[in-house]
Design a protein around this ligand. Sequence first.
Ligand code: NAP
Length: 334
Amino acid sequence: MTLTNRQWLINGRPVGRPLVDDDFKLVETPVSDPGEGEVLVRNLYLAFDPAQKGWMENVADYVAPTEIGEVMRGSGVGEVVASAHPDFAPGDKVTGMLRWQDYACLPGKDLLKVPDDDLITANLGVLGTTGMTAFFGLNKIGKPFPGDTVVITGAAGATGSVVGQIAKLAGCKVIGVAGGEAKCRWLVDELGFDGAVDYKAGDVRKQAKALAPGGIDVLWDNVGGAIFNDLLGQLATHARVVVCGGISRYELGKMPAGPENYFNLIFRRAHMEGFIVLDYAAEFPWARRRIADWIRSGRLHFKEDVQQGLENAPRTLMRLFHGENFGKQLLRVR
Ligand SMILES: NC(=O)c1ccc[n+]([C@@H]2O[C@H](COP(=O)([O-])OP(=O)(O)OC[C@H]3O[C@@H](n4cnc5c(N)ncnc54)[C@H](OP(=O)(O)O)[C@@H]3O)[C@@H](O)[C@H]2O)c1
């Protein structure tokens, strides 16, 4: 029987504007048998990251450029249905760059086998790139000390919520900045953050100052823009500023001038550094084991927001830019 593959192709470059439906095109193609060394995977879940918009724009130089007409890139977990690679057999669960489609045919070397257990989707979030971003960005650049005050923007998101919990494990006081009461309540009541700032409810500077009167020792930024600028004005001496992302900038046509409060880095003798999680890829395995231990022992929690149906993949990516996701944005393919 010939299987049919639904595939979402890149059909536009959303530079300087929000994503629109026409940036993607749905096609159907027959599924081919795996060639030598290849594995045919039925995609089960896909993961969504703000960076995928940047990949479509070709603004990121840490990944190969995308082409109009290529199958949209995205990581996923799936089940092997046929294998011409000695390390993989039908039924194995795997993760990799499976892309937005029902079936992926990939060289076995580009796939990682994952345990078929209750953490299978976590391989796309807290045990995947998201968790690695939080773990290495915080430990290598933020360098938290017990007693430090750590402030995180985008705190209720997939990455931010893990950063905050690792900072709590390191003995820090943790304050999250998020949009809306429900997300802020979740940070404090369920994740054990010491406070939360609702940036949609009022003055970020005032709220943050009340919660961190001694200043911010580690500032983790996922959003950029005015929120980041407000917090830069409240650094403590020898603060570390971790620039992870800037989602408020990702849809802008013209970039705003740099944050006016950057000069506070001088007064506070502070350090600001950006990073790409892939820089730490060689160290992922031990970090993954560490995070899995924290999850199994109930010391680290994670939330997933699972949408349904491959046909909804473009709209699922758009959710990230409207703050509609509550937890790691995933999609169940069927
Ligand atoms: N440097 C790296 O290697 C690396 C790796 C992975 C991710 N990242 C970055 O990390 C950040 C978080 O990614 P994620 O995958 O964990 O996504 P996420 O935080 O789960 O989802 C994005 C969140 O951003 C917030 N947001 C959207 N537009 C905003 C705006 N204009 N102003 C303020 N907040 C806004 C929304 O939360 P609210 O409802 O709270 O507004 C939304 O839920 C992104 O900037 C991403 O690019 C960097």
